[in-house]
Each structure stands twice: as structure tokens, then as C-alpha cells.
Design a binder for this molecule. Structure first.
Ligand code: NAI
Length: 245
């Protein structure tokens, strides 16, 4: 039997794809959100279905509010309510602070923090109506510690933590929890795009458990926050970072 509907943003690859897969294993119907990669999203859905799960794909740019509202309407029309929202979609960029352009800044803000704002505000009326919801926001260890040459990324990832802690207090009386996962270095396209092989090796050595994390390490933490075990946990930031910070 279905446990309800879970929207996972940016789920066509990397951490989001693994969260979608893990939540489907837990029994949720998944909205596999993608922005550009329809074929990748469809293959994630296929993998979910082959494993006995269920769901749909939906194209939406999380930075665009009317797109996000269409995704919410689709989820409500198809599954009746939205039980879980995982705000995973994100972009990264490496630049000296002095080289960050106003456009770089706006894009970072609009996608990584604006996307969380849009998706939370869009799904909340339904969650409040049903007095149930689990919101899981993906920040970063850089959001708690700060990273050189990623000031704009660190700033918006810290913003996700502030948003989540405040929203957690506001919606707790409506039966909704809001928690944050702050991953360390996780092996995805984002990491390999930003760092060469020797830097990734150094990052693994700097990680006390001695390895780079996997998308599955993060997905299991998300499944915990979405589960019945986490009903009394809200406004928290869980580092999934191998002890990095
Ligand atoms: P990724 O680059 O493989 O995946 C990001 C996903 O977000 C992609 O599917 C992309 O299409 C989607 N996306 C980007 N902009 C979007 C938009 N406007 N609308 C909808 N979808 C959009 O990266 P990864 O590593 O899987 O990242 C997932 C999340 O984890 C991100 O929020 C990232 O900041 C965070 N994170 C990743 C870490 C890592 O080491 N890989 C470390 C800490 C946090």
C-alpha cells in the first residue's frame, strides 16, 4: 500500500535520483522532478517501477514559481495529497568572490534558495489542510562551515538552514516537520565537475571516515526524516559528511 506522495526535486541524477529510489522503496509514490533531463528522469522512474515502486516524472524549474505551482497541482491531482517534499535541486559554481557577477549571485539565490522557498510555499497549503507533512531540505557542509571560492553557494546553503529552522517552528503545530541534511563530499556529477581527481582524493583523505560519500548515504538519511521514526524531530541539521566538519 502507498505511504503517500513524495516530491523530490532535481531527481534525474545524483543525490536526488537516489533519494527518489530510496523513498520509493519505503512505499512512497514519487514525483521525479527534472529540469532538462527528461530521458534520465524516465530511466530513474523505470528503475523505481522495476523495483516494485510507483511514481511519475514532472518537468519544472524550481526557480520559476508558476512551474512549481503546476507541479504541485499535478501531484495533488494524481495522488490526492503531498506527504513529503525533498528540496534537493541545486547548482554549484567555483569562483573567487571578487569574480562573482550579479548574475551569478542572482542565479545561485534563485535556484538554490528561491527553489526551496517556491516549493515549500507551494505545497504547504495542502500539507496544512491534512495536518501532515515532511519537508527535507538539502543544504551542504559549506552552508555550515563556508567554503573558499564558493561564497555565493555557501551563503545560500546557510540560508536554507535559516529558512528551515524558522519554518519548522511555524508549521510544527500543523503536524509538519522541516529538517535539513548537510552532506559533505558526495560522489556525483557536481563533485566531479568542480574538482579534479587529485583534489577529490585529497577531500577523501580530509574526511575522517576516509572516503567520499555516496548518494545512498544521503538518501538513507532522507528516508529516515520521511519515516515514522522521525515524527518528533524538526528544525534539525543532520551532517552526512563522514565527520568532515
Ligand atoms: P547534481 O548536479 O548531480 O544534481 C543536481 C540536480 O539538480 C540535477 O538533476 C539538476 O538538473 C537539478 N537542478 C538544477 N537546477 C534545477 C532547477 N532550476 N530546477 C530543477 N532542477 C534543477 O548534484 P548533486 O551532487 O546530486 O546535488 C544534489 C544536492 O546536494 C544539491 O542541492 C547540492 O547542492 C547538494 N550537495 C551536494 C554535495 C556533493 O558533494 N555532491 C555536497 C553537499 C550538498
Amino acid at each position: 500500500m502507498s505511504k503517500g506522495c513524495a516530491i523530490v526535486t532535481g531527481a534525474s541524477r545524483g543525490i536526488g535520483a537516489e533519494i527518489a529510489f530510496e523513498l520509493a522503496k519505503s512505499g512512497f509514490d514519487i514525483i521525479v522532478n527534472y529540469n532538462n533531463s527528461k530521458s534520465q528522469a524516465l530511466s530513474i522512474l523505470e528503475k523505481i517501477k522495476q523495483n516494485g515502486g510507483n511514481g511519475s516524472v514532472f518537468q519544472c524549474n524550481v526557480a520559476n514559481r508558476s512551474n512549481v505551482d503546476k507541479m504541485t497541482e499535478f501531484a495533488l491531482r494524481t495522488y490526492g495529497k503531498i506527504d513529503v517534499l525533498v528540496n534537493n535541486a541545486g547548482i554549484a559554481q567555483q569562483k573567487l568572490f571578487t569574480d562573482i557577477t550579479p548574475d551569478d549571485w542572482s542565479q545561485m539565490l534563485n535556484v538554490n534558495l528561491g527553489g526551496v522557498f517556491n516549493c515549500c510555499q507551494s505545497v504547504l497549503p495542502s500539507m496544512i489542510h491534512y495536518k501532515y507533512g515532511r519537508i527535507i531540505n538539502i543544504s551542504s557542509v559549506w552552508g555550515t562551515e563556508g567554503a573558499s571560492c564558493e561564497v555565493h553557494y555557501s551563503a545560500v546553503k546557510a540560508g536554507i538552514i535559516g529558512l528551515s529552522k524558522a519554518l519548522a517552528k511555524e508549521v510544527a503545530p500543523s503536524g509538519i516537520t522541516v529538517n535539513v541534511i548537510a552532506p559533505g563530499c558526495i560522489m556525483t556529477d557536481m563533485l566531479t565537475h568542480d574538482f579534479d581527481e587529485s583534489t577529490i582524493k585529497e577531500l577523501a583523505e580530509e574526511t575522517p571516515v576516509g572516503r567520499i560519500g555516496t548518494p545512498s548515504d544521503v538518501a538513507r538519511a532522507a528516508a529516515f526524516f520521511a519515516s515514522d521514526f522521525a515524527g518528533f524531530i524538526t528544525g534539525q541539521v543532520l551532517g552526512v559528511d563522514g565527520g568532515f566538519k
